[in-house]
Design a protein around this ligand. Structure first.
Ligand SMILES: NC(=O)c1ccc[n+]([C@@H]2O[C@H](COP(=O)([O-])OP(=O)(O)OC[C@H]3O[C@@H](n4cnc5c(N)ncnc54)[C@H](O)[C@@H]3O)[C@@H](O)[C@H]2O)c1
Length: 348
């Protein structure tokens, strides 16, 4: 029996999810819900499925076992809560929610449910990320002492393809929570170490009479003594290629990834088994990654989640990963005010 899916929120990302789900024969999209009638018309035309302006009607459908929640962050808390109460498995888009109270409440609600939950962090499912994780697990670069990442794109025209909510801290949370959760989760997952303290600087600009950060940089200490450094910019000109790079430096070697330019370099003191009888100190894979984290990553995350549902396996990243990535961003926001290194508070 295929997994039956309802998508709540059919904007930019909801439509990407639907398109990528089409090639997965183990699931079927049964319905979509969106407050905006024009989005429902797009869905009806493309997929010839049932559409609802009120997502509760979708949740009432007994023939839908799984929901994808793809609305702006402001609505995630209520929709996740209602979906758990309706007995659905859940894929929730990042960030999980916008306040500590909501995040802690969702920890309890989701943990009590016997259904499955995954947060959509496709960075973990990019081919480059998975190769890097294998290389690290094989001990080729030793202990990770330093990890640097950046994520840059053109955000200032975002309202042309996403809603205006992106510029409203009350609806989307701002650039720091909206986008850096990807990087914090990636760092936690790749290093296997929690972030304990963080400090940051940010530049803000005015959009729609509201201030919102457009550029920021942050440095953090990891539990294992290593350090992480990230920077993000939403200031690239419209239609610029997204720029996402990681440098992972260990005691025995390093990995450089340029995700959107399809490039990855590995160097190791321990030697890399390139071919039978051919041990090299360094190598570069060109054109190695398929479609970066968007598209390729999302598609593989969906497939993994649907396989977990079929095999009754607990998926990852789960509710705890979803919560922790938000909590790191709140410590970073605190440090912008205090101009000091702030401790990350996890949980209550
Ligand atoms: N994982 C990723 O890589 C990634 C990438 C982009 C966006 N996202 C996330 O996806 C979510 C949606 O972003 P987007 O870019 O698609 O935004 P969007 O503005 O393009 O679409 C959001 C849609 O949700 C609908 N909506 C809002 N409230 C609703 C409600 N209560 N019930 C039903 N529909 C509702 C809106 O009408 C809109 O069509 C956000 O959480 C965003 O952070 C994730």
């Amino acid at each position: 029996m295929p997994i039956t899916i309802g998508i709540i929120g059919f904007g930019w990302m909801g439509q990407i999810h639907a398109r990528l789900l089409k090639s997965n024969e183990d699931c079927i999209i049964k319905a979509i819900a969106d407050k905006d009638y024009s989005k429902l018309e797009i869905g009806r035309k493309l997929y010839n499925i049932d559409v609802y302006q009120d997502y509760h009607e979708l949740l009432n459908r007994k023939d839908i076992d799984t929901v994808f929640i793809v609305t702006p962050a402001k609505f995630h808390y209520q929709i996740v809560k209602d979906s758990v109460e309706a007995g659905k498995n859940i894929l929730c888009e990042k960030p999980l929610a916008l306040t500590r109270e909501e995040v802690n409440s969702l920890r309890l609600i989701v943990n009590k449910s016997d259904k499955k939950f995954i947060i959509c962090f496709p960075e973990r499912f990019a081919i480059s990320s998975q190769e890097a994780k294998d290389i690290i697990n094989d001990g080729l670069i030793g202990k990770i002492d330093y990890i640097r990442g950046n994520f840059r794109f053109g955000m200032k025209e975002h309202n042309l393809i996403h809603g205006d909510w992106v510029f409203d801290r009350k609806q989307g949370g701002g650039l720091i929570i909206e986008a850096s959760v990807h990087l914090w989760d990636f760092i936690r997952w790749l290093t296997g170490s929690e972030i304990v303290t963080v400090v940051g600087v940010a530049h803000e600009y005015l959009k729609n009479d509201l201030t919102i950060e457009d550029n920021f940089a942050a440095i953090a200490y990891l539990e294992n003594g290593g350090i992480a450094c990230i920077d993000m910019s939403g200031s690239l000109p419209k239609d610029s290629a997204t720029d996402k790079r990681f440098e992972i430096i260990g005691s025995e070697g390093y990995i450089y990834i340029d995700e959107f330019r399809n490039y990855m370099t590995i160097n190791s003191n321990n030697g890399i088994d390139a071919n039978p009888g051919m041990i090299v100190k360094g190598m570069t894979h060109k054109d190695f990654m398929w479609h970066s984290h968007v598209e390729g990553g999302v598609k593989r995350l969906q497939k993994y989640f649907i396989d977990c549902l079929k095999m009754d396996k607990k998926p990852e990243p789960g509710i705890e990963d979803a919560a922790k990535s938000c909590e790191i961003t709140w410590a970073l926001m605190d440090s912008l005010k205090s101009q000091k290194l702030e401790k990350v508070t996890y949980g209550l």
